[in-house]
Design a protein around this ligand. Structure first.
Ligand code: R5P
Length: 295
């Protein structure tokens, strides 16, 4: 792709290099580091004039990354780039989309306004769309591309699990579980979740009969692991086989993974939207197609 240049933010180099090789896009060079006092230093070393710059930066732990990303996007624009497209396979701040308690910040839309003011394109994978049905409700970016990991997850299940049946922990998971189930002709159920706090949820699971031999719990995000754990406990209490857990975005740490495994999950599999030891499902091709479509 001529006239494009890919820059990687720290820790995104592997994905940036793979995309740049697959799409034959020039790799941009930038010096991104911290001054001794913790402030960000950014220097764009490649020529960006009249080019479309693609910035690869998945935004887990967003508060640590967002300032350097903004400095970089603004500087590249000042140096004459035509357009800036942010590729953030994990898009954060999508869950606080409502004031659950008086006085809370509506961080979904505040974050969206912030990003919308400095990029011309955004490519992401399965953002947490729930009360907000479409990213364009909060992001005012000319090119918005929402891609899905569902086909890749379905392929992984098809190649690794006989007679699967899929379980979604809450109503918003229905959108991607139904799609995955459709690809592989599997049965699925959607549970009802009530959240009482960051570490407290209640899951009620509908009746499951003759749906398949191997339960697979699927969620978009695994963070504290509370949702997966509560769903796992329900599945086991119904006498089903120990399930596999699949998450798109791996926000969890080692301790949570161990807790899930010790509680009866046979394994946990994630997509590489965020680098993590559980990454087994590669979504690089999905992003590459998204970049071609956005142009
Ligand atoms: C929210 O409803 C999402 O779909 C996930 O279920 C949730 O973010 C998982 O978070 P945790 O692992 O902290 O329960």
């Amino acid at each position: 792709m001529e006239n494009n240049i890919i820059f990687s933010l720290p820790n995104n180099t592997q994905l940036a290099n793979e995309l740049s090789n697959k799409l034959n896009i020039e790799t941009g060079s930038a010096d991104i580091r911290e001054f001794p006092d913790g402030e960000s230093y950014i220097r764009i070393e490649s020529d960006v004039e009249n080019k479309n710059a693609i910035l690869i930066c998945t935004l887990n732990q967003p508060d640590d990354k967002i300032l350097s990303l903004m400095f970089m996007a603004k500087t590249i624009k000042e140096l004459g780039a035509k357009k800036i497209c942010l590729v953030s396979p994990y898009l954060p701040y999508m869950r606080q989309d409502k004031r659950f308690h008086p006085g809370e910040a509506l961080t979904s839309s505040l974050f969206a306004k912030f990003i919308s003011s400095w990029v011309d394109g955004l490519i992401t994978i399965d953002p947490h769309l729930h009360r907000i049905k479409n990213l364009s409700e909060i992001y005012s970016i000319p090119s918005l591309s929402v891609l899905h990991a569902t086909k890749k997850i379905a392929e992984w299940i098809h190649h690794h699990i006989d007679s699967p049946f899929l379980i979604g922990p809450d109503e918003e998971s229905a959108q991607w579980i139904a799609e995955i189930a459709g690809y592989i002709n599997a049965s699925f159920v959607i549970c009802k979740k009530t959240r009482y706090g960051d570490h407290q949820v209640d899951i009620s699971i509908p009746d499951i009969k003759n749906m398949g031999d191997n339960p697979i719990l699927i969620d978009d995000i695994i963070s504290t692991g509370t949702t997966m754990l509560a769903t796992l406990q329900q599945v086991l209490s119904r006498g089903f086989k120990n399930p596999i857990g699949i998450g798109v975005h791996a926000l969890f740490n080692n301790e949570i993974e161990n807790q899930l495994l010790l509680s009866g999950m046979t394994k946990i599999i994630t997509c590489n939207t965020i680098r993590h030891p559980t990454n087994k499902i590669d979504i690089t091709d999905v992003i590459a197609k998204g970049i071609i479509e956005v142009g």
